[in-house]
Design a protein around this ligand. Sequence first.
Ligand SMILES: [Mg+2]
Length: 294
Amino acid sequence: MKLLRAGLAALTLVALGACTTAPSRAPAPAAAAVAAVEAAPPAHDNLNATLWMQSSAEYAATARGIYAAAKRSLDQALEDPNWNALPRGESMSGFESKPPAIIADADETLIDNSAFQARAVIEDRGYTRESWVEWVQARDARAIPGAVEFAQYADSRGVTIFYVTNRDAPDEYEATVANLRKLGFPVAADASNVLLRGDARAPAREKGERRRYVDRSYRVVQMFGDNLGDFLDGINSDVATRQQLMAPYADWWGVRWFMLPNPTYGSWPNAVLRGCEKDTNPRACLRSALRHDY
Ligand SMILES: [Mg+2]
């Protein structure tokens, strides 16, 4: 609204200026000024990113490529009992004889919430908890291209998929299970393979405890996410620390770990914001992190 008001003020000044040079003309009606502002909507930081995920052939191709690579890699993993995709040190000994499992995040990894992001852009606002809960309860998220086909292939190979998501238990559990099932993702009859944040079986906020819960009974052969925290704990840090954390796993990407692109939200902007003073304007802070020296 601030931007709308600023735009209207600017347009009013232009109209007033026009009046001084052409006094015989009638002033433009206010409705025309409003229409002009509506024709040039306010800037929103998520417009391009959301459109890219919703509309571009490039995003769909990227997602399909990731899941195609994952399918080939899964075949390899199932033939090799020593293959394990948990971060080093997280897996208990004796995993070689356990049945295979995959750990996958849900939002922007398997399911597409871009309509939720689009609403925020259209309404010119940011994230609100209230609007998110309403979106989750509607159960209208769609599948990421290639994700259902991959999940069903893994299921056909006898691999259990654990959906490890930071949607909140218990409030979002039922709707999340229903949305996954509606899209064709394999979910156990008792939905025991869906682990939300705060699940009584492993209630820690970060996902490591839930990964170790799966590890007790399964050999985790692949992990999928759109955020570094879907693979490693301790990632709510600065940009350099996050790079250091993932460095030992550089050759796991596209083999044991699969990262889906998500430019619309995640822990990455917070990592950039850590580099700024608390009272810095967030957009100014993000801009100051742009590199132009190479
Ligand atoms: Mg996610």
